[in-house]
Design a binder for this molecule. Structure first.
Ligand code: NAD
Length: 356
């Protein structure tokens, strides 16, 4: 537990100073019980830039940071392929951590890592911020008495292109996101949010069966040259409850795309739309639609990342993780589902998800 009873601030270090750090740092800076004290990135200039902005020590390696600066918590904000060593360095130093999704790329190591995290007894969290949404939790409470039968969802986006304004080609994430061997592909890296919500709302996934579409993006003259992702995927799910789902990915659609998740139960239909997961809720036998807008964007005090950061920092201070809606272990299970979908693409057959 962080020694904060005496009014001392929670001393936070950041591992990985890229794009997503920009969704956490403005919150952490505003929390009056948090002090940002160290920044680490393998590209040390990125850590230096954050230290220039927020103050703090600069490192090029997570273990060196954990040895060199006294920390109460770390944020691990790194690409899919890079997980393992930073988490193990935090465990060795006895420092609680929040890890951005996905939890890793290699199923065997991920299962091992989950066991090491559990054995450490440290407070930990996974960056599935959608679990903090009012819309999502409204539906979760209703489904407790009326279980989900069928779900379908999708993240439909455009191809990463060499052109001004393209997020992937114009930012450091472009060095690894389009490369399936590094990111896991769009289904693992991005659609994992929808897979996690499906697990949160419908329970554990037992089996997945995936198809991919390929060869369309390769025809684009300005496709980023390192692209090896699938252009689209459709993945069918079986849940332990008996429910079924279909979740789709596309990073090849130039016109209208978007994010959605529909959940059907005997007496409720929930339609979530857009990144904010705005909700339209229908009830059997009742006229009208209940609507809940998705929570605010950063840097407002009730943004979804702020709620997630607050829950983690509160848990670090109290030692009580009950306010954390997604632990590392839970995040690992969601990640293993997405990696099983990739395995299904290779084997051409349904894959039972191996969690332990
Ligand atoms: N929750 C969300 O909605 C959300 C949104 C965007 C990204 N993410 C996740 O956050 C993670 C990072 O994404 P990003 O957009 O910041 O990528 P990024 O490429 O912009 O930043 C990652 C940074 O990590 C650094 N890095 C790599 N290996 C490292 C290591 N071993 N130690 C220290 N630094 C290391 C890189 O040099 C880079 O600066 C990804 O897993 C991504 O899926 C989550």
């Amino acid at each position: 537990m962080a020694d904060t009873n005496s009014g001392k601030k929670v001393r936070v270090g950041i591992i990985g100073c890229g794009g997503i750090s920009g969704s956490h740092l403005p919150n952490l800076e505003k929390f009056d019980d948090v002090e940002l004290v160290a920044f680490c990135d393998v590209i040390v200039e990125r850590a230096q830039k954050k230290a220039d902005q927020y103050g703090g020590a600069v490192y090029d390696d997570a273990a060196k940071m954990l040895a060199g600066t006294k920390l109460d918590a770390v944020y691990i904000l790194i690409p899919t392929y890079a997980h393992g060593a930073p988490e193990r360095a935090a465990i060795a130093a006895g420092v609680p951590f929040l890890v951005e999704k996905p939890m890793g790329l290699y199923p065997d190591d991920l299962r091992k890592l989950a066991a090491e995290v559990k054995a450490s007894g440290l407070v930990n969290a996974a960056g599935f911020m959608n679990r903090y949404r009012k819309s999502v939790n409204r539906v979760k409470s209703l489904l407790a008495g009326d279980p989900a039968i069928l779900l379908d969802g999708a993240w439909i986006g455009g191809a990463p292109l060499m052109r001004e304004g393209d997020y992937f080609s114009q930012n450091p994430i472009g060095q690894w996101w389009p490369v399936k061997e590094k990111s896991g592909g769009q289904f693992v890296e991005q659609v994992i949010h929808t897979v996690d919500l499906a697990r949160y709302l419908a329970g554990e996934v037992s089996e997945v069966y995936a198809y991919a579409a390929n060869g369309f993006n390769k025809k684009l003259p300005n496709l980023v040259p390192n692209y090896t992702n699938d252009d689209a995927m459709v993945v069918s799910f079986k849940f332990e409850s008996g429910a079924i789902a279909n979740i789709m990915a596309a990073c090849s659609i130039g016109a209208s795309g978007g994010v959605f998740l529909n959940v059907w139960a005997a007496n409720h239909t929930a339609r979530f739309s857009d990144w904010g997961h705005h909700l339209q809720l229908y009830r059997n036998g009742e006229p009208g639609v209940e609507e809940i807008r998705g929570d605010a964007e950063i840097p407002s005090p009730d943004s979804i990342f702020t709620l997630e950061d607050r829950a983690f920092i509160d848990a670090v201070k109290s030692g009580d993780p009950s306010g954390i809606k997604s632990t590392h272990a839970d995040g690992v299970r969601t990640t293993l589902v997405t990696l099983a979908a990739n395995e299904s693409l290779v084997t051409g057959a349904p894959v039972k998800v191996q969690y332990e």
